[in-house]
Write a protein that binds this ligand. Structure first.
Ligand SMILES: [Zn+2]
Ligand SMILES: [Zn+2]
Length: 342
């Protein structure tokens, strides 16, 4: 990660930072340095517009957002286990050659370390929207490997504690926080989970304290409340959702240029989902649909039916916000953002 320019002078030689919690320490230093910058009348680096921000979709609700120096992950889920599906989704039929084990709710979930290592070489921050296995299963492995700082609900952090991720890496949030990290800032936004099962999905449960790894899928699937995030990074404002719902009053007045919008079929359970969203956030320049693929299928499997179902979402966005560009992401393909508006 990079410190603000006025703070860079304060940074010790990183070669001496050999501790496993060095990134958390750097985050703390960046925060302190930013406060110092503010005190001498300079803007924090998160308001600078100098870097090229690139997004990559990891599948499901997973994203990498990076300027080549600081790597921010959203709900990274690379393992794509053959596990239980959300209600109402078309079951994945195992293709020839797919030898993945079939997991039930009471099986301990094993992340695919080789796949994670191949696609997530490093990370500085991980932002988790909620504690469901398709959002959180890989996060302990990634946190332990990269020493990234993880923002999430108390429920999410309890899953990480079960895997002995150090407390220094855990930043527990509940929605309403607006945190400065030096190269970027994050507004944490209270949100809602997708109205699965024709509006019958509801959970007020959270992952409990004191659990011991390995956790079963059931133990890492209590939701624990749902968050959205507004990331300010090199002049861009990237609004991130991890599913198919939002609280309108919590996003009203935001003016992101990029929105990652949950686009699977359960969005249709909401009244005027795309229209209300586009109006609330002032018709953003770019929408990237997220969480629309069948995440129980491996990366190489056809997503044709999901791509066909996605077309109605694209039409909704176009109808609500004709000037908004919609890009259908492909797994791991770089999506460079155009220069931030001055
Ligand atoms: Zn979920
Ligand atoms: Zn999900």
């Amino acid at each position: 990660m990079t410190l603000p320019p006025c703070a860079a002078r304060l940074r010790a030689n990183p070669a001496h930072w050999g501790l496993p919690v060095w990134k958390a320490a750097l985050a703390s230093l960046a925060l302190a340095a930013t406060l110092l910058c503010a005190a001498v009348g300079q803007n924090p680096a998160s308001s600078e517009k100098s870097g090229q921000v690139v997004l990559r979709w990891l599948g499901t609700a997973g994203w990498e957002i990076s300027d080549g120096k600081t790597v921010i992950l959203i709900d990274p889920y690379i393992s794509r286990i053959f596990g239980p599906q959300p209600p109402g989704r078309t079951p994945y039929e195992r293709a020839a050659g797919d030898t993945r084990p079939l997991y039930g709710w009471d099986d301990a979930a094993v992340p695919d370390g080789a796949a994670i290592d191949a696609h997530v070489p490093r990370a500085d921050f991980v932002l988790v929207t909620h504690t469901h296995y398709d959002h959180v299963l890989d996060v302990p492995h990634i946190a332990l490997k990269t020493h990234a700082v993880v923002l999430g609900t108390e429920s999410t952090e309890n899953v990480l504690r079960a895997y002995r991720v150090p407390e220094e890496q855990l930043i527990t949030v509940r929605g309403g926080e607006d945190y400065e990290f030096g190269t970027f800032s994050v507004k944490v936004i209270p949100s809602l989970h997708s109205p699965l099962d024709h509006k019958h999905y509801f959970s007020s449960e959270k992952a409990s304290e004191g659990m011991k790894a390995p956790l079963t899928l059931r133990q890492m699937h209590p939701e624990g409340g749902t968050l959205a995030y507004l990331i300010r990074f090199h002049g861009h404002q990237i609004l991130v959702f991890g599913g198919m719902n939002y609280i309108e009053r919590e996003i009203e007045g935001l003016q992101p240029d990029v929105v990652l919008v949950g686009a699977a079929g359960s969005r249709k359970e909401n009244y005027d989902y795309s229209g209300r969203l586009m109006r609330a956030v002032h018709f953003p320049a770019l929408v990237l649909p997220t969480h629309w693929d069948n995440f129980t299928a491996p990366y190489g499997a056809s997503q044709q039916s999901s791509i066909e179902a996605l077309q109605s979402f694209i039409e909704e966005i176009k109808a609500a916000s004709p000037k908004t560009k919609v890009i259908t992401p492909k797994y791991f393909e770089a999506i460079p953002l155009s220069a931030a508006a001055q």
